[in-house]
Design a protein around this ligand. Structure first.
Ligand SMILES: Cc1ncc(COP(=O)(O)O)c(C=O)c1O
Length: 476
């Protein structure tokens, strides 16, 4: 087989057209559907590794100690976590469950940071017991919860060291992403307000036998298309760090700049002009991690010079929590057209697939654009517009904006004569999709496969059986 065409969505060596079929690292996606059924998630180990290497190169370019903690909320399948671990970066978790997975797959405790607004005592106990790199506390109240956890465990005779904590701040920095994905606004539920930072640090420093305040954290939000919010966030964290040092004498080890490096969902721009301008700018963002780090450091350096505090900047480790930029374009969904109908009144042809919003929640929540192609005829001209919808029982399960706000194209452009049996592919679905799936309408969740770097294919999530649908139901 030879690669024949290079459509705009293709990525040489990874996503290609061969013999008119979509291939992932040379593996024919139609063969995958034959073997593993549809819908099917397909991930590429090479692409994950390439994405991580891109981040690591950014760290080399700025020549600073940078700790990358993969945001496992984006996709915490165990085989994916294993690839991330093997690639040599660390991990961010957002629950006791993700902490459990991170430890189980083999991350060392000093590679783990734990975020979250509503941690339970049990979750904090697990983190304290494991002795992780940092628990990112989300309020002044939570400082007390971590102290109590250390005391509780010690009272039970467990030998736990002082817990390392980082304070998460919310300095009111806007981005051009969806409001639901912006997290540094005072209207967001996250973090400690700037006006309370000093009090929070003083509180954190009260019991050094129980907790050690080691850092300061911010996450401006996901899919942040511009460099400025990152730079502004870093400057803000940096200035807090200097103030804390000046006021308390305490030197923080790290500034955590969170995640949010964007992914270009519009590599193929054939339908981009049908999106509103702000969506287009956000979804089509091309932001190099090197530029983010360079600009953040430049702004901090200027501020450090002004504050005569460059020695502090030289001691700081920078943490980043990339999720989407590691896994989004390393995964796609294969879906089969199961039904077709025409609407003579509107002239529309409807394609009904087997992939609904229960496996791609963002398409419904945020009207997220996943570029749709034909995997069966990946090289054919895209000449016909179709209404496309999933299999679920409500009208919102469509690949366009049912609320008529135009946030998605009304039609998807595919080859002529698409019909039942044709396999389609939704690209860039690796982040926040598999991790957010649910069993609506009694639909067994799909399988996922990973194309390995040696070209072999591993099943990394088995398809649910009907028995799986009822394993947690009791009393019947
Ligand atoms: C605290 C925190 N860190 C990191 C991330 C990962 O963001 P992204 O996947 O955009 O890199 C998120 C997700 O929104 C988050 O809430």
């Amino acid at each position: 087989m030879i690669a024949t065409l290079c459509p705009a969505w293709s990525i040489p060596g990874y996503l290609e057209v061969r013999d008119d079929h979509l291939t992932v690292n040379g593996v024919d996606t139609l063969e995958l559907v034959k073997e593993f059924n549809s819908p099917l998630f397909v991930f590429s180990e090479n692409r994950i590794r390439d994405n991580i290497s891109r981040l690591q190169r950014a760290a080399e370019a700025v020549d600073r100690p940078i700790k990358f903690c993969y945001a496992s909320k984006a996709n915490s399948n165990m085989a994916i976590l294993r690839v991330v671990l093997d690639s040599g970066i660390d991990i961010e978790v957002n629950s006791g469950g993700e902490l459990f997975k991170a430890l189980r797959v083999g991350f060392r405790p000093d590679q783990i940071i734990f975020n979250g607004t509503s941690k339970s005592d049990d979750e904090i106990d697990d983190a304290v017991r494991a002795g992780i790199y940092a628990i990112n506390v989300d309020s002044i109240y939570e400082i007390e919860l971590v102290e109590q956890s250390v005391e509780r465990l010690r009272a039970r005779g467990e030998q736990v060291p002082a817990a390392r904590i980082t304070l998460r701040l919310v300095p009111e920095i806007g981005t051009r992403s969806h409001l639901g994905l912006q997290t540094a606004l005072l209207t967001s539920k996250f973090g400690i307000s700037s006006s309370e930072v000093l009090a929070a640090f003083r509180r954190g420093l009260e019991r050094p036998d129980l907790i050690k305040v080691c850092g300061i954290h911010i996450h401006v939000g996901s899919q942040t298309p511009d460099v400025e919010p990152f730079a502004e966030a870093f400057r803000s964290m940096w200035e807090h760090l200097v103030t804390i040092h000046r006021e308390t004498g305490h030197t923080l080890e790290h500034i955590n700049l969170g995640g949010g490096i964007p992914v270009n969902y519009l590599r193929d721009r054939s339908q981009a002009d049908q999106l509103p301008e702000h969506e287009r700018d956000m979804l089509g963002a091309e932001l190099e991690p090197t530029d983010v780090l360079r600009e953040a450091l430049r702004v901090a350096r200027d501020s450090a010079r002004a504050a005569d505090a460059e020695h502090l900047l030289d001691q700081v480790t920078i943490l980043l929590e990339p999720g989407r930029s590691v896994i989004a374009d390393a995964g796609l969904v294969l879906t089969t057209v199961r039904n077709i109908k025409s609407r003579p009144e509107t002239g529309d042809v409807w394609l009904l697939t087997d992939a609904g919003y229960n496996i791609m929640l963002s398409m419904n929540n945020y009207k997220w654009y996943y570029h749709l192609i034909s995997a069966s005829r990946a090289g054919a001209p895209y000449a016909r517009d179709y209404k496309v919808a999933g299999p679920l029982c409500d009208s919102g399960d469509v690949y366009f904006d049912i609320e008529r706000e135009g946030r998605l194209p009304d039609y998807r452009r595919l080859p002529e004569n698409v019909g039942p049996g044709e396999v389609l592919a939704l690209l860039n679905c690796g982040a926040y999709s598999l991790a957010q799936m649910f069993h609506y309408n009694g639909r067994p969740l799909p399988a996922a496969v990973l194309v390995r770097k040696d070209g072999s294919v591993t099943l990394i999530r088995r398809r649910d059986t009907y028995e799986d649908l009822i394993t947690h139901d009791l009393g019947f």
